[in-house]
Design a protein around this ligand. Structure first.
Ligand SMILES: [Zn+2]
Length: 253
């Protein structure tokens, strides 16, 4: 049985900085293959607390290089490879995570890994028993892709940070579970801040109609609006079952 655990549900600066919610990534396990998606600050600590063994991970998937998605990448690579003693683990990340000014994977750690794969738009990847594909490129200040996992036939989409735009939805059609990073309660006045807000999530759910929607990655305006209440209202308005994730929430698929 596939299993998902939210090691954190914080999004954006303030909630992460104050740790109003934890900022670990999402732990995904299926038939002995174990992944972390977007290891934000504290992922290593939360994993230890939850007794999840880092050295058992098969891979790490980074949707984009922002710190709340990639801060613990290096420490996890070090732990997973036992400081380079064991060559293992695979890292998947956008090209800019590897080359250029925004490179987030330290060069000395790279040879420790079994493999490093570059994420591009709408491509399929395989790690152990888990396959996943990327979405179209999101509208976000850095190169960003959503990830749609196939976990023993159950499709779980992670619509990570993005501004809503017309071409976004096609990548997420047919998801059984849809996880949405809802940073904003209302749209941000600045076009530079590219995140989903509740009104757009409503539109997304009405059009995609997943079996279950999960809200996460909350910024301050969402925390103030009480994510659980927002989820209940969205469920009423769209007819889609919606839950607001909490730190440590587990999903058995
Ligand atoms: Zn981001």
């Amino acid at each position: 049985m596939a299993f998902i655990k939210f090691l954190g549900t914080a999004g954006a600066r303030y909630v992460v900085a104050r740790q109003l919610r934890a900022s670990g990534g999402v732990y995904i396990e299926d038939q002995g293959t174990r992944l972390i998606l977007d290891p934000g600050p504290g992922t290593l600590v939360y994993m230890a607390r939850e007794k999840l063994r880092v050295e058992k991970l098969s891979g790490l998937v980074i949707s984009h290089v922002h710190l709340d998605h990639a801060a613990d990448l290096n420490v996890l690579v070090d732990a997973l490879t036992e400081g380079g003693l064991k060559k293992r683990g695979r890292v998947f990340l956008p090209r800019e995570g590897l080359y250029g000014e925004n490179a987030v994977l330290l060069p000395y750690l790279r040879p420790y890994l079994e493999d490093i794969e570059i994420l591009g738009p709408q491509k399929t990847y395989q790690v152990g028993s888990i396959s996943f594909r990327t979405s179209v490129r999101h509208h976000h200040p850095v190169e960003t892709y959503g990830v749609i996992f196939d976990l023993s036939g159950v499709r779980v989409g992670f619509m990570v940070d993005t501004l809503y735009f017309p071409g976004l939805l096609s990548s997420y059609e047919g998801c059984d579970f849809l996880v949405l990073n809802v940073v904003r309660y209302k749209p941000h006045p600045s076009p530079q801040v590219q995140h989903l807000c509740v009104a757009h999530v409503k539109e997304i759910l009405e059009r995609l109609k997943p079996r279950q929607a999960i809200l996460t990655h909350f910024g301050m305006t969402m925390i103030r609006a009480h994510p659980k209440q927002v989820a209940q209202r969205l469920a009423r308005e769209t007819g889609v079952p919606v839950v607001a994730a909490w730190d440590g929430m587990e999903l058995e698929l």
